[in-house]
Structures are given as structure tokens and as C-alpha cells.
Design a protein around this ligand. Structure first.
Ligand code: SAH
Length: 340
């Protein structure tokens, strides 16, 4: 098997180079080239021809092709359909905020979590993305927009904690000062609630923001929309979140998609407030986005406001997430894989 150099950490790259008889300092040169978006060894002009030839024997530089690109007329949000080396496609979204350019990236081709309001899970999981493939979304989007991407949200296609090792490796690489050097505090990772992995993540000692897709204040509703809840019920999830907050001292962000008539009544707001009372947490309310295959509807603005206000009255920090890229199907839950 050929090695994708972007799957290696800086340390591993150094060890590999020493093993093939190259000096250690080459690691820095090569790592920098890779993360700057270079697409072949021939572009690495400060390496000798022999070194480049030697590298090409066992290694390759993975790339992503932009198959399609959609730019929102409303807010400049840009959705990429990226083609992977095996021909499959994933989506990534670039958003322009006052505090910097943010990219929403995918962690898997498809998803096997089955949340029934989300398009990414239709058709199930095809395969995990490699650390290099996750990273390439940022490298090639940044190259295309010609502007530094400063924030990452792992909220695209896939369940990041279902591809744990590759995601952790990617996070360490994207944070590396010789690479894109994106601070952990500028990275959010969203999970549907794979409890054992939340405990594991807490111990990684990364200052990332954990987002948890809660969407319901009790098991009855959560079971009906998120199959993962049958394995890891609400009590266990909240216990893991409390452990995460205690270990990392980081605030957790709870995502709650408001689905009209399903989870958006005053009763549910009150139940949610009781559940989260006293936690270092923030609730991100997302009016549910339309996907073709499902009947779910968002409530009207007034209803959403009321839910948010009720939480605030009860001492829970909550805001309504601004919707970006709605004219190009780039909003939460609307991204999907495309198979060859
Ligand atoms: N698998 C991870 C990462 C995906 S993040 C997770 O579940 O957290 C995408 C976010 O959008 C999740 O919070 C997801 O629950 C939410 N989402 C999915 N479909 C949606 C829809 N139709 N409308 C609004 N939010 C949706």
C-alpha cells in the first residue's frame, strides 16, 4: 500500500524520512509543502530530484478535485462537492463570519447513525475518511478562496466519533505549527452522542469545543428521531458531558433542531432546562432544515423565539443559530455523499 504523506504526523514523517536515509530537517520542508496545497512531489522544489524520486516509490500526495462549487447569493456561503481519489464525493461548506472564515468539513462518506431528519445518513455509511482526506477539505478550499481559513467545524457528513482514530490524527495535524496551525479553540467537533468516545475525547487534552446533538430532552422523543439514543440514552449522555466539562473545563454546546410538533413545545423547553440546569453549557437552536425525503417542518419565527426565551428565563444560555447557505442546500443536515 502506498503511503499518503498527509496521513502521517510530523513525528511519523520525520521517522519515515530517517528510515529512507533522508536528513531530519526535510520533514519540516515536506510537511509545509503538503499543508500549503502542493499536489505532487515535483512541486517541492527545494528537494533534490533523487529525494523526490525516492519519495514517489512508496508515497503519494493525496488531492481533492473540486467537482462542483455553489456560491450562495444570500451570504457568500460556498459549498464544495469534492471528488476523492476513489471517485466518491463529499461536501464541505465555507462560511464567512466577522470573526473569520469557517469551514464545515465531513468525516465519513455517508453515516450509519440514522438520525431520521438528516440527509447525510440516507443510504448509510460507505467508508471512513482518512486523516489526509479530512485535512484536504481545508487545504483545497483555502487554496480555492485564496484566504486563510481560521475556524473549523466538524459538522459535515458523518459522525466524527465513529471514525475516532482518524479524526484525532487529523486534529493533531491541523493544529501542528508546521501545518495549518489552527488552534484547538478554533475547532468544534459535533457528535450525536457516542458516549464511550466522549470519555475518551475528554482525555486527549485538546481544547476543542464539543458540540452534542441533543435534539430532545427525554428518551421517548430522542429514541423516535435518533437511533443512537437506544444504545446511549439521555442520562448516560448527560453524565458523559458532565465528565467532559469537568476534565477539560470547556463549555459544551448542545445542538437542538426545532421540529414543529415533535420537540418544540413549552413543556419540552422546561424539560430541557431541568436536564441542563447548572451545566457549563450553551444551547444552539437550529430551526430544522427541509430535506426532500422527510416531512419535518420548522415552526414559525414566533414559536422558535418563544422556545428560546423560555430557556433563557429558566437560566439556560440559548441562542438561535443563523441560517447560512439555505439557497444552495448547504445548511445543517442537508449535506450528502455522492457515490460514483
Ligand atoms: N454526526 C455529527 C456531526 C453532524 S453535525 C452530529 O450528529 O453531531 C450536523 C448537525 O446538524 C447535527 O447537530 C445534526 O443533528 C443537525 N441536523 C441534521 N439534520 C438537520 C436538519 N434537517 N435540520 C437542522 N439540523 C440538522
Amino acid at each position: 500500500m502506498m503511503i499518503d504523506l498527509k496521513d502521517l504526523s510530523y513525528q511519523e514523517l520525520t521517522e519515515y524520512l530517517v528510515k529512507i536515509g533522508e536528513p531530519k530537517f526535510r520533514a519540516k520542508q515536506i510537511f509545509t509543502w503538503l499543508h500549503r496545497g502542493c499536489e505532487s512531489f515535483d512541486e517541492m522544489t527545494n528537494l533534490s530530484k533523487e529525494t523526490r524520486k525516492k519519495l514517489a516509490e512508496e508515497c503519494f500526495v493525496s488531492t481533492l478535485k473540486i467537482r462542483e462549487k455553489y456560491v450562495s447569493k444570500l451570504d457568500k456561503t460556498t459549498k464544495y462537492l469534492f471528488e476523492l481519489p476513489d471517485g466518491n464525493c463529499i461536501e464541505s461548506v465555507v462560511m464567512y463570519y466577522k470573526h473569520g472564515v469557517t469551514i464545515c468539513i465531513s468525516s465519513q462518506i455517508g453515516c450509519r447513525m440514522g438520525c431520521n431528519f438528516c440527509a447525510s445518513t440516507i443510504g448509510g455509511l460507505y467508508r471512513n475518511l482518512t486523516p489526509g482526506e479530512i485535512l484536504n477539505q481545508i487545504i483545497f478550499a483555502q487554496k480555492d478562496i485564496g484566504e486563510r481559513i481560521s475556524n473549523i467545524v466538524m459538522m459535515g457528513i458523518g459522525e466524527p466519533l465513529d471514525n475516532y482514530d482518524n479524526v484525532i490524527k487529523f486534529l493533531r495535524n491541523v493544529n501542528d505549527p508546521n501545518g495549518l496551525n489552527i488552534g484547538y479553540r478554533h475547532i468544534s467537533l459535533s457528535t450525536c452522542g457516542i458516549v464511550p468516545k466522549i470519555y475518551e475525547l475528554a482525555k486527549e487534552n485538546m481544547q476543542i469545543t464539543l458540540s452534542v446533538s441533543l435534539h430532545a430532552p427525554n428518551n421517548e422523543i430522542r429514541n423516535s428521531i435518533m437511533p443512537v439514543n437506544k444504545k446511549y440514552p439521555v442520562e448516560e449522555l448527560i453524565k458523559a458531558c458532565k465528565d467532559y466539562i469537568k476534565t477539560t473545563t470547556r463549555r459544551i454546546s448542545f445542538e437542538y433542531s426545532l421540529i414543529s410538533g415533535v420537540n418544540d413545545s413549552e413543556k419540552e423547553a422546561e424539560e430541557l432546562a431541568r436536564l441542563l440546569k447548572g451545566m457549563l453549557a450553551h444551547v444552539n437552536l437550529i430551526p430544522v432544515n427541509k430535506i426532500e425525503e422527510r416531512e419535518y417542518k420548522k415552526g414559525n419565527k414566533e414559536q422558535i423565539r418563544r422556545f428560546c426565551n423560555r430557556l433563557n428565563e429558566l437560566g439556560i444560555n440559548a441562542t438561535v443559530r443563523r441560517e447560512l447557505g439555505s439557497d444552495i442546500q448547504a445548511s445543517c443536515g442537508q449535506l450528502r455523499k455522492k457515490l460514483l
